[in-house]
Design a protein around this ligand. Sequence first.
Ligand code: ZN
Length: 145
Amino acid sequence: MTDLIVTDRKILRQVSKETTPQEVESLGLIKRLREANAKAWVNGAGLAAIQIGVPLRFSWYTIMKNGQVTEGTLLNPVIIQRYGIIKEKEGCLSIPHKYTEVERAYEIEYVTNGKKKRARGYLSRLIQHEIDHMDGILNDERKKS
Ligand SMILES: [Zn+2]
């Protein structure tokens, strides 16, 4: 059975807990998030576990890289550096048909699954959006900085 994407803000405002690769595996989270995304009102770029009602700091995403669709995951991600600010419209699978302008860092240095990485542009924005979900923040409720 496919998980439904949660739109109930009471659930979405929960702060998710840290998780482990073993827990992600045993809950089948990658498959569940991939399937929920495929059945959503529009195919999104990413989905955090809380968006299928699982309050863990895990997210699955898909992006175009060198002309190919590439999947990635975030496990207990933490941003350690931010560079530049850019304001753009963003959608969210939990907020159907609404696009909100949000200020995000253009480039970030972050840690996921214990590894240090860098992202800029679209992927940087996506990761910041996903971490917001893990902290219970929805893009249209975000405080202006
Ligand atoms: Zn979202």
